[in-house]
Design a protein around this ligand. Sequence first.
Ligand SMILES: O=C(O)CCC(=O)C(=O)O
Ligand SMILES: [Mn+2]
Length: 200
Amino acid sequence: MQQSLFNRVQNILPYKGEAIFYPGFFSAAESDEYLIRLTNEINWKQEPIKMFGKEVMQPRLTAWHGDAAKPYSYSGITMQPQNWTNALLEIKEKIELIAGVSFTSALLNFYRDGKDSMGWHRDNEKELGLNPVIGSVSFGAERPFQFRNYANKEEVVSINLTHGSFLLMKGETQHYWEHRLPKANKINGKRINITFRAIL
Ligand SMILES: O=C(O)CCC(=O)C(=O)O
Ligand SMILES: [Mn+2]
């Protein structure tokens, strides 16, 4: 059974939450192909967000895809998702075998190079339920990703998200840990990340 290939994987969080990392979840050839397909097929846009009352551009490109019946509200606006593409459906089916949930939605992020980033946050929108299951798939340049204890802002757990890797966050993770993708100025390559979510 395929799952047995992954039975030595471990939780990278020391307590209060589960973040299970599967490097090489997709083969190098599959990952190269998904990087090309997603780069070309997705309508990537740089969107503004409100920060401290001021509109600023996000330091990355984004897209939102998912079931039409599951709109998503974010900073006071409700967004209608784009339809699933074949590539997204193939990836979704494969990670659902491990995640054990049906994902309804995906946030896609395109980091043009190491100057693009995502700041500290939790994936804890209330439509994701009490203990969100988040399936995070990465293609392209390897980038460090960090968890930080939300309460004390001190304890940090870092992991390199490699080409074709899958990081599954579940349990109490979003209560006790925030996460970010810091800038990595020496990295020139592009990276795509997809976080699959289940909107209840
Ligand atoms: O790019 C990443 O690995 C993180 C993305 C993320 O945290 C998010 O989309 O909520
Ligand atoms: Mn996140």
